[in-house]
Design a protein. Structure first.
Length: 537
């Protein structure tokens, strides 16, 4: 005789992960945390991310389009945008974030601006860095004739910037550079397989020997700085990491003026095709390698891929449709990554957040960035498929946060992975189910789904929420609003409409974002039924 017995289970959401089966993953790995981020008050409690707010739609520009370059310096955002001012070409911009106004940039002509790049597909993205009073911009649209090798915004007077196209003086660059970086105050230009460097705080290359070559003929794909821990005298020693394709990277230290300039091969044969994915974090430099996100730490060592093997998020980056359009940035607490995920049907643009202090992933969030830069505790970014606009993203919810983004209320999804096998053979009945949630009248209804192994729903339940504050002596149990704004963090029962019998199940909860919403642990009971599932069931 088969003995049926019921067991109570708890699922406590720890992080988003790629895993398809929680049986073989660390506890608490979920399949979706869309527009949800970790609470700063309680472990394994999730709240709605704030919506991004638009900074500008480039009013005053003639038909603003694709933004191809972006860099935030102080309280200003600089970059390049395609417009009809000079048809088919990008023009520079300078936006004062605090004042909410553009600085007029003088000197812009059709002859000294680069051809606008394609908005999709593989590309060599523009790069920007500041050298003395100049913001230097490399751009694939420069044709390498005359002075059209790279662009310069002179910000000697930030309120009255001036534009020009240039080549280096004395010793000109032999070809259009693909990247520029400030290293020890000098402009280092990546040209083919070598780097050419200028005088400090200058765009002059005084001698032909101001060139650094490497051990191979592989073209350079990216440059980025990395501070190194100095074990001898303490403090930080600056270095430049030179990436060459997928299998080569070099570390450059020292300076020619001190006769200490040196380059060394990195300890891993790892490179990157994602120049816009390179960014600084509190733990080192983020690098999107062929096997996912790695960190080069302050001793110059590569980490193993973060989130690999179902421990977090790796597959979207491994399967990026166009690696050169991965866009990442870090504001000291959140590493944010925009990627077009070819691993998912429809190849959507997605936005993943890695919460550094908690070492947890969330996402995929909506409104993925095309370009992104840190600004204070926030991000300034330009979103995918929304041309001619800059947006500001908070990462810490506050009493002033809003939850309507680009004209629509954010929609949140909390989904477990397929719940772990408890070791018993056969089918089970999925019984009483509770989710710990704090509700908010602005979230509208919240829906629960039980989903089978074929990603089809067994059952969908719509749960209404309190719609207005309580009236004295007229409160309705479990339908009243505490303090007239949100309900407390309580266990909410999900009343399934029909029996759920399965050997494999995932639970998903969806709702509109609001400031009072919190979502935590899931409790459920399972009863072993003592018979085997049908094939594929």
């Amino acid at each position: 005789m088969t003995v049926r017995n019921s067991q109570d289970k708890t699922f406590s959401m720890v992080s988003l992960a790629d895993t398809e089966d929680a049986t073989h993953s660390p506890e608490g790995m979920g399949s979706a945390l869309i527009n949800l981020i970790p609470s700063n008050s309680t472990q394994n409690l999730w709240v709605c991310r704030p919506a991004a707010s638009q900074l500008t739609d480039f009013t005053g520009f003639n038909t603003p389009g694709f933004i191809s370059a972006l860099k935030v310096i102080g309280d200003r955002a600089y970059g390049m945008i395609s417009t009809a001012r000079n048809a088919g070409r990008d023009e520079p911009f300078s936006y004062n974030i605090v004042a909410g106004t553009f600085d007029t940039i003088s000197g812009v002509t059709s002859g000294n601006t680069p051809v606008s790049p394609a908005t999709s597909g593989n590309w060599t993205p523009p790069t920007m860095d500041i050298i003395g009073p100049f913001i230097v911009i490399t751009h694939p649209g420069f044709d390498g004739t005359g002075t059209n090798f790279f662009g310069v915004i002179d910000i000697t007077n930030p309120a009255a910037p001036a534009w020009s196209s240039r080549n280096t003086t004395t010793v000109p660059l032999p070809a259009v550079p693909i990247a520029v970086m400030n290293f020890n105050g000098r402009a280092y230009f990546a040209v083919n397989e070598a780097t050419y460097f200028t005088q400090a705080l200058s765009l002059d290359i005084p001698v032909v020997s101001n060139i650094l070559t490497y051990e191979d003929k592989v073209p350079i794909t990216a440059l980025h700085g990395l501070g190194l821990s100095n074990q001898v005298i303490g403090g930080i020693l600056q270095s430049m990491i030179v990436f060459k394709g997928l299998g080569h990277s070099y570390q450059v230290t020292g300076d020619s003026a001190l006769s200490t300039l040196a380059r060394n091969t990195m300890n891993y044969a790892v490179g990157t095709l994602a120049p816009l994915g390179l960014c600084d974090t509190p733990y080192g430099m983020a690098v999107f390698a062929p096997d996912g996100l790695r960190i080069i730490d302050f001793s110059g060592r590569y980490s193993e891929p973060l989130g690999a093997n179902g421990d977090g998020v790796a597959l979207p980056f491994i399967n990026a449709l166009v690696p050169s359009r991965i866009a990442a940035s870090c504001n000291a607490s959140v590493l944010r990554v925009g990627v077009q995920n070819a691993f998912v049907s429809g190849q959507p643009f997605q936005d993943y957040w890695y919460h550094l202090s908690k070492k947890r992933w969330s996402g995929p969030h909506t409104f993925a960035p095309s370009l992104i830069e840190p600004y204070q505790t926030k991000f300034v970014f330009t979103p995918q498929n929304v041309l001619g606009s800059l947006w500001l993203q908070e990462t810490i919810p506050s009493t002033t946060s809003v939850y309507t983004e680009n004209g629509s209320q954010l929609q949140c999804t909390y989904a477990t992975s397929f719940l772990p096998d408890d070791g018993r053979v056969g089918q089970f009945a999925f019984g009483e189910t509770f989710i710990k949630m704090a509700l908010d009248p602005n979230m509208n209804n919240w829906n629960a789904q039980a989903i089978n192994g074929d990603n089809s729903p067994y059952d969908t339940v719509v749960n209404t929420i309190p719609g207005s504050p309580s009236v004295w002596d007229a409160a309705v149990w479990d339908s009243s609003v505490w303090d007239g704004s949100s309900t407390g963090l309580y266990w909410r029962q999900i009343f399934w409409d029909q029996p759920i019998v399965s050997s494999r199940i995932l639970l998903e909860i969806t709702f509109g974002a609001a400031g009072g919403v919190k979502i935590g642990d899931l409790k459920y009971s399972v009863e072993s039924l003592g018979y085997m599932p049908p094939v594929g069931g």
